[in-house]
Design a protein around this ligand. Sequence first.
Ligand SMILES: *Cc1c(COP(=O)(O)O)cnc(C)c1O
Length: 391
Amino acid sequence: MRDKTKLVTVGRDKAATGASVNPRIARASTILFDSVADMQRAFAGKDQGVEFYGRRGTQTTFALTQAMRQLENAAGSYIYPCGTAAITAALQSFLAAGDHLLVVDSVYEPTREFCDGTLARFGVETTYYDPLVGADIIELIKPNTKVIFLESPGSLTMEVQDVPALAHVARQRGITTIIDNTYASPLNFKPLDVGVDIVVHSATKYLNGHSDVMLGVASATESHWPQLQARSYELGLCTSVDDIYTTLRGLRTLDVRLREQASNAKTIADWLSSHEAVDHLRHPAFATCPGHEYFVRDMAGASGLFAFVLKQNQTAAVNAMVDGMRYFKLGFSWGGYESLILAASSFKRRRTATAWDESKCLVRLSIGLEDPQDLIDDLRDGLDRYAEALQ
Ligand SMILES: *Cc1c(COP(=O)(O)O)cnc(C)c1O
């Protein structure tokens, strides 16, 4: 079955849908059994999609886990209340006191905070590595290195990693790899197919796609699934079936949304690439993006997220641009149907292993489903305000 067909078909077993097209929203804490024998049968099947207790999920939950498992070519998928919970649970599942962890320097900031905070308190040491390190990661591996964490591309500075090379080195040494694949979605990149052990998504972004749900998912290979599942369950992580239903609904249209948003983003990036205020683009499909060659080699396409770097980092001028935008809204998150803008003027807290030129300002755009010409007009006016306010 191809991905487009999977998006429409998976997670629609009769057990979940009854006679309707979509799964029922089965809200439950207690699951009732007909007899002791029935309860024992449910206990035996509790890890294989049999309803047992609300925290383990109901048929609504299993519809989404089945869908994600098939989209990722994984042995199993677990749903979390947000992407951050999926990341922290995956890390906790494979780390213990005294272990060493390697994390990409371009990582999503809350992931870094978890490593420097909770993991450090529990005796896990983290080393950050250059996103372009590739197979040279060998030099950073210690005898107690247990996990390598990847995010490709980084969701702010957009460096694309050589994922197969890192996965290969890790697997030879028995080190677990976890990747944050939120940018690509399972449609543009399937990390488990190139040797990664666990793939994590903030489903808050493209998978749901409508800016109205927080949700995360992690999927694992045969060798890593039992441990991920057991430890995630121990952590007490469970997710509202209403949010799961909404995400599953969003997932059905992922392909059309993603392709349209990627196409709009490409049009806008092309326009920005020749603007005089712009130093360079951080869009994986453009040669100016670090790791562009890995994007070309490994990914089926781009998404709607990219950044451009302004030659001058003057706060008042950047604010004048952002404050006056008509269609681009100012806010965190991304991957919804609406366009967002976010300026990052400093990376001092965000990077430790690699340098960022603080004399330039990175502006990130999440491109939505508006007419791209309206978005270009909005950016043109914004960059005019920026130029006028420059000193
Ligand atoms: C937003 C985001 C997360 C966290 O997801 P939440 O659902 O907001 O917790 C993780 N990784 C990346 C790359 C993100 O953009």
